[in-house]
Write a protein that binds this ligand. Structure first.
Ligand code: SF4
Length: 728
């Protein structure tokens, strides 16, 4: 398959037209224009500003990923015959894409211990089974997992129910993506979210993009990067893989860019996987050697400088070059561009967080920003480029094993209760506990816990160990086939733009949107809040501190969110005002940092050794252009020129060194699993490092996590690539 020379452009337009032809121009246009927050990434689009508008009100702002999610919700219903025809043996052979595109789930289905197929079940029976089970199981043998696509209202209600039920085993997909950003930022600057708004990024003259590929996963950010380049600014890309759309991108809604393309990266640096701390320490050392640190900012607003300065001085260039795989001259060039910048924004995604030292990676980025006073003022700062459209919102709502003190106190005061004190487990903690047989019940509000979990064999074993597992989804995924318990119930839910009541979502810039919802596309699915309230009332009754019936009203939930969640006070009036808002206290435009000392903290971290072992390569698992998180919309990855997903992308040097050839079938093996019949493909990835697709390659990823954030190291797995693959 021919690899595109630039991202975006005519292929994206053609794709959108094909979707309109398939699903109906009027339907797709109506969905795109509806006042609902985009269902895909957290960059933020839509809401009361109107569809296809970003937080600056710019129109049109829409991308292929957004349209793919809309189109997926427009699918026809799964036929009743589907589950008769396809049992678990067949469903386990389906690719993630085939499951996703099989159709909308519109009827609750159930499978018992002896069943080889799911079979339809009534809502009444399904909800009764769930309530009956919760009435007999110990709360600490239950976990509640939430995906970042759910609304603030559903997330708040579920965590409230779980806690009043008696457990803190409440967590989310964030633990498998940006938890390291939250923990790292909180430790350095006292707040776990972006310090900037979109408006700041639009005025920066340097964007340092580290460990991410927004051309694929956050396409509208490319317009902002184009604007920075057009204003004479710079974009430095740090990524072991040379990504098409980060070299050149054609912004479809900009005629000049569409026709001639836009050079995105001013400088493209390809370190080794796991070499970020060494590289960024080198840049900081070069800035120091240039006498370009902002001494006044450091004196006024930071702690820990002396220790960090000594660390930079003491760290020699050889260690930096070896630890990063990048030569000093290139590091000096990064420093020169940085020193020349007036306003720099540092953006990163999972190439930074998916490591054993993910939190340290994040704090090393913060150090570099503090060095030149690029935090705590307009047009400069820190931006964790988050995944799911409301992954930040569900965290704000208290979907965390440990509640923030303020939320805990306010919940207890509001409801006159003492909430459970047993420490809650994070996502991996719950899966491992289930693997040990210590969990009996699981509730997954959206998402694909099995699919997104590292060590697929562990995930399957763990979920199979449960007595009852409840999934709430719009479409099928690999979890429904592999991640089954003794009893499994799948409940169909309405999509965001089918909700009967308004919902809210929080973008990566801490901007809260109000989504209008819309008419259901199918009879059968219910809205998430009604399901949670029903089960809560059935289990906890109506005599308790919460009137679960009234909590079926989203406005009522917002009333409590306004009283309990810090920074969300304005949500209490949003139904009347329809005014979307920036969460108070999140954007940092002053030198008052929400840390105990009120000052930002330099965090000194030693350069970690590069993971290596004879004959092994460092594997990173990634998303393709044709997917969003675990949801695969297209098998092709047009930006990397791949027509299929059972491939391993390698540098020519490694292919030759291992005596392999392109398109040769190999076995890829790690400490926890192996994948056979994988096709070797040559690609511009740093030699010594290889790339495979998530979630399929999770089979190879150990369940090892960063001790500070509990985020698995999806992007740093040592593997062997063995030529002796059985002939297919
Ligand atoms: S960039 Fe993200 S928020 Fe914007 S339209 Fe695309 S998927 Fe939606």
């Amino acid at each position: 398959m021919k690899r595109l020379k630039s991202g975006g452009g005519w292929p994206a337009i053609k794709y959108a037209l094909a979707l309109a032809n398939k699903h109906g121009w009027r339907r797709l246009w109506a969905a795109a224009r509806s006042k609902n927050a985009c269902k895909t990434c957290a960059l933020g689009m839509g809401g009361q500003l109107g569809g296809m508008r970003n937080e600056l009100g710019r129109w049109p702002e829409i991308c292929k990923k957004s349209l793919q999610a809309m189109a997926a919700d427009m699918q026809a219903s799964l036929s009743p015959q589907f589950f008769e025809r396809y049992g678990f043996a067949e469903l386990r052979g389906f690719t993630p894409r085939r499951l996703e595109s099989a159709g909308r789930i519109t009827q609750p289905v159930y499978a018992g211990p002896e069943d080889s197929h799911y079979h339809p079940i009534t809502w009444e029976e399904a909800l009764q089974r769930i309530a009956d089970r919760l009435k007999v199981v110990s709360p600490n043998e239950c976990f509640f997992y939430v995906s970042g696509r759910s609304s603030n209202e559903a997330a708040f209600l579920l965590q409230l129910f779980a806690r009043l039920f008696g457990t803190n085993h409440v967590n989310s997909c964030s633990y498998y993506c940006h938890q390291a950003s939250g923990v790292g930022l909180s430790g350095s600057i006292g707040s776990g979210t972006a310090t900037v708004m979109l408006e700041d990024v639009e005025h920066a003259d340097l964007f340092m993009l580290i460990g991410g590929n927004p051309a694929s996963n956050h396409p509208r950010l490319m317009r902002t990067l184009m604007n920075i380049r057009r204003r004479g600014g710079n974009v430095i890309v740090i990524n072991p893989v040379r990504e098409t759309g980060l070299v050149k991108f054609r912004v479809p809604s900009d005629v000049r860019s569409l026709l001639f393309g836009t050079k995105i990266a001013s400088l493209y640096v390809q370190p080794h996987i796991g070499g970020d701390i060494a590289l960024l320490t080198g840049v900081a050392k070069a800035v120091l050697e240039r006498g370009a640190v902002d001494a006044e900012f450091i004196r006024q607003a930071t702690d820990g400088w002396e220790e960090y300065r000594e660390h930079l001085t003491a760290t020699d260039w050889q260690t930096i070059e070896q630890g990063s795989g990048v030569e000093r001259a290139t590091i000096e060039r990064i420093a020169d561009i940085y020193v020349a910048a007036k306003s720099a924004v540092f953006g990163w995604t999972m190439g930074i967080t998916h490591h054993e030292h993910g939190v340290q990676n994040v704090q090393t980025i913060v150090n570099l920003a503090l060095l030149r006073g690029m935090v705590g003022r307009r047009h400069a700062g820190l931006l964790p480029i988050r995944g799911h459209s409301n992954v930040q919102g569900i965290g704000s709502m208290g979907v965390t094993p440990v509640l923030k003190e303020a939320i805990l106190q306010r919940l207890q005061e509001q409801y006159g209760v003492c909430l459970p004190t047993t420490p809650g487990l994070d996502t991996m903690g719950c899966v491992q506990a289930a693997g040990r047989g210590e969990m009996r019940f699981g509730w997954c509000l959206g998402g694909n816990l099995y699919g997104s979990n590292p060590d697929s064999a562990l995930a399957e074993r763990a979920l199979n160990n449960l007595d009852l597992l409840v999934y709430l989804n719009t479409t099928l995924n690999t979890g429904h086939a592999w991640g089954r318990a003794r009893e499994t119930i799948v409940l169909p839910v309405l999509a965001r733009d089918e909700e009967p009541q308004k919902t809210t979502q929080e973008s990566m810039f801490s901007y809260v949107r109000l989504s209008d919802g819309g008419p259901p596309r199918h009879r059968g699915p219910r809205h998430e809040v009604s399901i949670i309230a029903h089960v809560a009332r059935a289990v906890l009754g109506d005599q308790g501190p919460v009137d679960w019936h009234s909590m079926e009203q989203h406005q009522t939930i917002r009333h409590f969110i306004a009283r309990i969640i810090p920074g969300y006070e304005k949500i209490g009036q949003i139904d009347r005002t329809r005014e979307e808002f920036q969460i108070a206290g999140r954007t940092l435009h002053s030198l008052r940092f929400p840390t105990p000392s009120g000052r930002a903290q330099f965090k000194t971290h030693p350069i970690p050794p590069l993971p290596s072992s004879d004959g092994q390569l460092r594997l990173m698992t990634v998303r393709s252009e044709g997917q969003f998180n675990t949801v695969v919309y297209e098998e092709e990855d047009i930006y990397r020129g791949q027509d299929r997903r059972d491939v391993i992308l390698m540098n020519r040097t490694d292919i030759d060194r291992l005596g392999l050839t392109a398109d040769q079938r190999v076995t890829v093996r790690s400490t926890v699993g192996e994948m056979q019949n994988i096709l070797v493909r040559e690609y511009e990835i740093r030699a010594g490092n290889v790339l495979m697709y998530f979630p399929e390659a999770n089979r190879l990823v150990p369940s090892l996590t960063d001790p500070a954030s509990k985020t698995p190291a999806f992007k740093s797995v040592l593997v062997q690539v063995l030529a002796k693959a059985p002939l297919t």
